[in-house]
Design a protein around this ligand. Structure first.
Ligand SMILES: NC(=O)c1ccc[n+]([C@@H]2O[C@H](COP(=O)([O-])OP(=O)(O)OC[C@H]3O[C@@H](n4cnc5c(N)ncnc54)[C@H](OP(=O)(O)O)[C@@H]3O)[C@@H](O)[C@H]2O)c1
Length: 287
């Protein structure tokens, strides 16, 4: 009986410690420690004045951007890989061009032959391309799965795109990266830093390469994007305050990316996308 009591007591201690640890983790993963004070006031959307190439538009944020631009009457072309699921694009009747961002010749051809006025890149390493599927708990404990950076499109793919855009005379380039890149390193909640230490340096290199290219660039850094069906809040904004952090739905991020694309004042600027309605980790799961 005594042994049983000790076991039950130990279990309850462990459970309480677990709940406390989880609460501390969730608290530390929040964006409440710094509040940005100035935000971009976006004006009326100014059309790109020609076809827009969306790279990464098969799903996620890129697909949201494609849907919105298409609904606005913009002519959008999306790059797809031979392995991409194009169902959503086909349903919308969106023109596609085959391009693997890891193959510079394909990037060159897709960009040069399309007569584009702007490029929007949400290119990121697809989870299915990782050698082992990323698991938030595993990546927290062990860091992300090591993968050859040349097999991830985050830097090399975007570098090829920037080179091709320069060669083709396409001035406007909007790039989505991540909070943690460049001078926003300290904005990442510290429990999350280890999990992103594979990819963030690649995003930083992509940002730097674009900044040095002479193109009319805008860089947008989102925090964690959460579940793909997360509802838009409509409260997200862009700030140049690189210490800011929040979570964000892909619909809101798409809205901000389009606003930046259509606002010449954002050229040469790097923004953090910030949603005051999604400061806590649980805001991603409770709508
Ligand atoms: N997920 C997050 O929580 C989070 C947080 C902060 C920032 N970000 C960044 O935000 C951006 C959008 O993220 P997301 O989760 O919405 O996008 P996503 O669903 O991961 O989509 C990635 C896109 O990149 C394409 N892609 C990957 N490798 C490619 C290659 N070699 N050649 C051509 N296309 C390739 C994918 O095409 P396929 O369909 O062919 O795979 C897909 O369209 C990414 O840059 C991501 O790194 C994400």
């Amino acid at each position: 009986m005594r042994v049983l009591k000790t076991i039950l007591k130990s279990i309850s201690y462990i459970a309480v410690a677990g709940v406390l640890a989880l609460a501390v983790y969730v608290f530390l993963m929040s964006g409440i420690f710094h509040k940005p004070e100035s935000f971009l006031e976006t004006g009326t959307y100014q059309p790109a004045g020609g076809r827009i190439l969306v790279v990464g538009g098969t799903r996620g944020t890129g697909l949201e951007i494609v849907k919105k631009l298409n609904a606005m009457g913009e002519e959008v072309v999306v790059t797809v890989r031979l392995t991409s699921n194009t169902e959503a694009l086909d349903e919308l009747g969106i023109e596609t061009v085959v391009m693997d961002a890891l193959i510079p010749e394909q990037v060159q051809a897709a960009v040069t032959e399309g007569n584009f006025s702007a490029i929007v890149s949400t290119l990121g390493t697809s989870a299915r391309d990782l050698p082992v599927r990323s698991n938030p708990l595993k990546s927290l404990i062990f860091g992300q799965t090591k993968m050859d950076p040349n097999k991830r499109p985050d830097f090399v793919g975007n570098r090829s795109l920037v080179d091709a855009a320069s060669a083709a005379g396409i001035e406007r380039f909007v790039l989505v990266t991540v909070i943690g890149a460049g001078d926003s390193a300290d904005a990442v909640p510290w429990p999350a830093r280890r999990g992103h230490n594979d990819v963030t340096p690649l995003k930083t290199k992509a940002e730097d390469y674009l900044r040095d290219s002479g193109l009319a660039y805008t860089i947008i850094r989102p925090g964690g994007l959460g579940p793909r069906n997360l509802a838009a809040t409509g409260t997200a904004r862009l700030t140049e305050d690189a210490k800011s952090f929040s979570y964000m739905g892909r619909g809101d991020l798409a809205e901000l990316t389009i606003a930046a694309l259509g606002d010449p004042a954002t050229s040469g600027k790097t923004y953090t996308s910030y949603d005051p309605s999604r400061l806590y980790l649980w805001d991603l799961f409770i709508d």
